[in-house]
Design a protein around this ligand. Sequence first.
Ligand SMILES: [Zn+2]
Length: 141
Amino acid sequence: MDISTISAAVSSLKAAKDIAQGLLALKSLSEVQGKVIELQSAILDAQGKALDAQTGIVELQDQLKAANQRIAELKSHQAFVGTLARNNGAYIAPGDPDPYCPRCVEVSVTPVHLVKTGKQEMRYWIWACPECKVQMPWHLG
Ligand SMILES: [Zn+2]
């Protein structure tokens, strides 16, 4: 929704008000009946546009809720990442012996533990990320 939806509803209401004011100047019953029909049509138009604006407001509220939820996720992730320490290319959390995937920590909001594979390279175990599939030699040091 944009501001034009609300502007359209306001314009329709103004048109209805102008028609209603014009009723006062009319002299004959047939002129009044014609203006009443015009007024009813303008009111229906305004109601339709107000409904469009209301629907737009609901959509904006949903978008705002999703954006606030995303901000909360990012703040939570940022706070968690602030507790991590870089160690030989991976991240480790205090009191947690298993490293976190550096890629997932840095590009997503879901930290993922690396999993030790059965493979070794240059006497270090190869660790793999179950999420992004990165593999890396790693040792606590
Ligand atoms: Zn990963």
